[in-house]
Design a protein around this ligand. Structure first.
Ligand code: OOG
Ligand code: NI
Length: 460
């Protein structure tokens, strides 16, 4: 859509979300050229998979959805900053979902807790599933920060402004009015995108290095006066092929693909990998007041393949399998190798749709629900494999207690539970299907092994 088109029309939240994802992608491509290579390779891989597998390739989302699909990652310092982020994403129909504690999930020093902003309704996800993994520093955690460093960090964070008043006012208006008209939408998108550009202001070198000795992630968040997008992740249909093609192009990838192994059964949850953080030029102010050019390696290029969302039971099995080593052998012992098996054992989420068989008879189709969230272990793995320094962490100190309730308070909004969202989506599909068939929803729920396509013989 051109700027002229934007000006002409009212933008609903999903249109703002889709336009923001595109605008961020264009900006990140200019800042990190290797990301553009990643997009090219992703497109090639997806086109090849669609050619080879036909309709089956679109089982977990249409190729249009998958091609446009991105997740971003951002990092902020304080609850006040997180609340502002929530207002900006709220304008785009993105809500906080899930709580991730990365402080313990990683052996290196990652002093953050996180949530993800994303659409929560099925129709909204289908329109554009853009999501942003959002991490917040925990300066009061003594394993990482002394009382003195905490105090200076909080003073620094409280003094900076990441999001200006015009941007926040437009965000609030969009949320209240259910969208923005023409010029306002264009201005909102411009300001929101600019808020996540890499800062050009000189970085206080001594301050940055002091934080970096504790944690490179802490320095990236609290060592600079602005924020930036850390990575923007496209979705691919064959991540093993993508990994090989990137290496063939001479781009160094991290050692592994995080998450489930490559195996013959259904894909579940999430598999992710990334190219290593690249050195980007940054300007520093030295203690003597000189302004010097140096470089930082903090931003990387991640890519992911999404699978079927798992129930709590399925997730417990997943966690156990990952702990065992995530080999194909472990997977064969842990998971059934068909979708029907996942349904029968209550491990995966599936919706039920009634369609017409073409001759007027209703047909129930079972469709897998795509996993829309993240995995703390993979997230920690991605953080960790892109850090050049381990940082320091004093495990003998007690960590600051943080949980989902605390996060909900910090963000100032309801924090949705991902499992509840999947369950509600499935329940809604069952109710609608049962209504169309004139049967009780339990009848369908009790026969979860309906094949992909079943003629029920019932009257519509
Ligand atoms: C976030 C890392 C987590 C993912 O996809 O799991 C993440 C970050 O580096 O800020 O994005
Ligand atoms: Ni990511």
């Amino acid at each position: 859509m051109t700027t002229d088109d934007l000006r002409a029309t009212f933008h609903e939240p999903w249109q703002l979300r889709a336009a923001f994802a595109r605008s961020l992608s264009d900006m990140y491509g200019r800042e990190v050229p290797a990301y553009t290579t990643l997009l090219e390779v992703s497109h090639d891989v997806n086109a090849d998979v669609v050619r080879a597998r036909g309709a089956d390739a679109e089982r977990l989302g249409s190729i249009d959805r998958v091609t446009a699909e991105r997740h971003g990652a951002i990092r902020v310092g304080t609850p006040a900053e997180l609340q502002q982020v929530a207002r900006i994403f709220g304008a785009m129909g993105m809500h906080p979902v899930g709580f991730y504690d990365l402080r313990d999930a990683s052996s290196s020093s990652v002093p953050v807790i996180s949530t993800a902003f994303r659409p929560i309704d099925r129709a909204e996800l289908a329109r554009n599933p853009f999501r942003v993994f959002t991490s917040m520093l925990v300066p009061s955690d003594r394993r990482f920060f002394s009382a003195d460093l905490q105090a200076r960090l909080e003073t620094f964070l409280d003094a900076r402004t990441l999001f200006g008043p015009e941007l926040l006012a437009l965000a609030d208006r969009a949320e209240a009015d259910g969208g923005l008209a023409g010029d306002d939408a264009a201005e909102f998108l411009r300001l929101a995108t600019a808020a996540f550009e890499l800062g050009r202001e000189p970085v206080d070198q001594a301050w940055y290095r002091e934080l970096e000795a504790v944690s490179a992630v802490a320095a990236d968040i609290g060592g600079v006066p602005s924020t930036h997008i850390n990575h923007l992740t496209p979705r691919v249909l064959d991540i093993d092929d993508l990994y090989a093609r990137m290496e063939a192009r001479g781009i160094t990838m991290i050692d592994a693909i995080q998450g489930p192994p490559l195996w013959e059964g259904p894909d579940v949850l999430l598999r992710q990998t990334s190219f290593r953080a690249l050195a980007e030029p940054r300007t520093f102010r030295t203690p003597d007041g000189d302004v010097v050019q140096d470089s930082l390696r903090v931003r990387f290029g991640e890519v992911e393949a999404r699978g079927i969302a798992l129930t709590r039971e399925g997730r417990a099995r997943y966690d156990a399998a990952i702990a065992e080593g995530a080999t194909p052998e472990v997977w064969r012992r842990t998971f059934p190798d068909t979708e029907a098996g996942l349904v029968e054992q209550g491990l995966g989420w599936f919706t039920y749709e009634v369609t017409d068989d073409g001759a007027g008879a209703p047909v129930v189709r079972r469709e897998p629900v795509v996993y829309e969230d993240f995995l703390p272990r993979s997230a920690a793995g991605i953080f960790q494999s892109n850090l050049t320094e381990e940082g320091s962490k004093d495990a003998s100190q007690a960590g600051a207690e943080r949980d989902a309730d605390w996060m909900a308070g910090a963000v100032g909004r309801e924090l949705h539970d991902p499992f509840d969202l999947y369950a509600a989506q499935v329940a809604a599909s069952l109710a609608a299907a049962a209504h169309r068939l004139g049967v009780a929803p339990e009848t369908l729920a009790a026969t979860p092994s309906v094949p992909t396509t079943t003629s029920t013989g019932a009257d519509a």
